[in-house]
Each structure stands twice: as C-alpha cells, then as structure tokens.
Design a protein around this ligand. Sequence first.
Ligand code: ADP
Length: 383
Amino acid sequence: MVKFEWSRSIRARMALVMSLSGILPIVICHVIVAGANGFRLSDLIWYLPLLPILILINWSLSGLVLIPLVQLLQATTKLANMDIRQRLEVDPHEPLEAFELRKSFNRLLNRLEESLNIQCQFVADASHELRTPLTSIQGYTKLLQRRRDSIDTQLLSEALQTISDESGRLIRLVSDLLQLARADAGQAVLNQLEVVDLRDVLSSVEDTVSVIAPEQIEIQCLLPPKPVWVFADGDRLKQVFLNLTNNAIKATQGGGKVTLTARPSNQQAIVRVIDTGIGIAPADQQRIFDRFYRIERSRTRSRLYGGGTGLGLAIALTIIKAHGGSIQLESELNKGSTFSVKLPLADKDQLAKAKKETQAKIDNAAFDDLPSSQTVARERSGS
Ligand code: ADP
C-alpha cells in the first residue's frame, strides 16, 4: 500500500502523466524512423535518463497549475476556524475553474448560514412557546403556595384549571416539536401505509369535529358515491384533515359554514376544506405554513385561536409531502378560505394487493369462525 502513497497526490499524478505523454511520442517516432534502418530495443535505453528530467520539469509545472487549488485549500482551512458568516474572496482574474469553485463554495456557505439561521430562529421560537405556559404554571403554583392557609375555592379551581390547560398545551407543543424534529432528522413521518378510502377518513373527521364545533357553525361533508382510494397512513391523514377543519371552525363566526369535499381527478385525490370565515390576507398566505407562524399574535391568543401553537399547518404540510402530495391555499379576507390537499390516487398494483389481503383476511376469519368439530373435519379431509 505504502509504495502507491505518492499517487494520491494530484501533483505527482500530473507530473507522471505529463512525462509519459511527453516521452511516448518521442519513442514512437524513434521506432518509426529506426524501423527502416533496423530497430534495436537497446537503443531505447538512451531515453531512460530523459524520464527523471521530464518528471522534474513537469513536477514544477504541475505545481504552477495547482496554485489556485492550493490557495483555495488554504482559504477554506482558514475558514473552518472562522465565523460562518465570512466568505471566500472572489477574484475575477483568477482561472475560471478556481473562480467558479470559490463562487460555488460561497453559495454553499450561504445555504449553510441560511439553515443555521432557521435552526436558531426555530430554537428561539420553541423556547418562547415553552416559556409562556411554564411561566403561567409557575405563577399559579407560587400563588397557591403563598396562600396555602387562606385560599378560597374559586381561586383554587381557577389555578388548577390554568395549570391543567397550560400543561396540556405543553404536552401538545412538545409532541408537535418531536414530530417535526423526527421529520427533519429524516426519520419516517408515516407509519403503516395501506389502501385507504378518503371518504372513511373524512367521515371520521366529521364525526370528531361535529362533537366539538359550536352549534351555530354548520359542518357539511360532501363525498362522492364511489371510493377515493389512496395509498396512505390513515391516522396521519386524519390528523391533517382534523387540523385543517379545526382551523376552519376557529376562523368561522356563528352562522358560517365549514365544508369538506373529496373527489378524484387526473390520478389525484383532491380534498378541500372550505370555510366562510375571516379569511387570510395575501401577505400571511405566504407564511402560513412556516413553523410558529400565527396571524396577528394577539388575535391568535383570543377566543378564535386560543391554544394554537402555530405548528399545525407546518406538520400538515410535512405529512402531505411525505405522501407525495401538496397543499394549496386560496383565501379572501372576510370571505373565507379553501385549503386544497392533493394526494396521488392508489395505483392498480396497490389496489390489487389490498384486495388480495382483504380476501385472505375474510377467508381466515371464516375458517376461524368454524366450530371446532368442523375444523377438525376439514383438517382430516385435507382441505
Ligand atoms: P395553530 O396551531 O396556531 O392553529 P396552524 O399552523 O394550524 O397553527 O395555523 C397557523 C395560523 O394560520 C393560525 O394561527 C391562524 O392564524 C391561521 N389560519 C389557519 N387556518 C386558517 C383559516 N382557515 N382561516 C383563517 N386563518 C387560518
């Protein structure tokens, strides 16, 4: 291994290749010219001293060629110990390749800095969100401690209610953060993928929200007569549509309507969550899927958006993207919003496989249901 160590250096390789490509044509010319007058192999020995001289010259020449690379190496080594906000100096007069290499290195640094800033912002936002309920819990706990001997029942129940609400908020926030962190770390967002009829998912969402939605808001679910099959994680899809529907309900005043629809179109399933609520301004529409983004933070803490963490839509988008789908938003202030979720429809193979598995399950169930004497009889007859 050690004897090939030299060839790891680009400079050594360049010197050797240049020397060989220099000496080879000379030798070939010699063979051709000497061919007529009788060529002898021993004549080639005269070229041997030429090889080390050529290697020496080419070694110095390749050093010249590699100067920009060496400079770049020095600059990046220096940069490794410096601030990530610094950039490599770009000189338009240097060789094109080195110039482009510096530029693309700077581009890489830009991206790194950008993602570092996003991470820092995320940590700051998360800390802020965690601090608010914790402060509230601590405040009420201290109050209860101070008034231990003279506490009235109303204050006690108010304190316990707040502590319970804020702890619930903390648990929701931490589990949301965990879900996003897992997705960021490249871990699987989805658990069990199977062929799912979107009508079942939306009906289950409708059942859940009908219980919690205020009576003055009409919840409508318009579903097609035929199944809309998708290959998906049904629980995660329910989480997404529950989030969108909950948001729609929160944004809708009494007398308003929230509609859920599903339909297949061009190899895609389209689910729409439509509300006649407060709507979203164009500037907010750009950022609504950002983590911790809430429209008018003061209003979001009000009756309409109490308890939201600003992570729901970010998680919804992560889940839908993991399914190979997308979410679009159309909205007009004071008129309402429509969130359209597009998902790929299940293909023929997935449907056929699901059908086979269901049939096998039915067969097994039928077999299990047989009285034991019949089972024994079947076993004996070898069927
Ligand atoms: P949160 O958990 O706070 O609801 P989301 O990410 O689900 O977080 O939503 C972010 C913000 O987007 C909400 O706080 C709300 O201001 C706004 N929003 C979401 N859906 C709607 C909607 N249908 N109509 C109006 N505003 C909405």
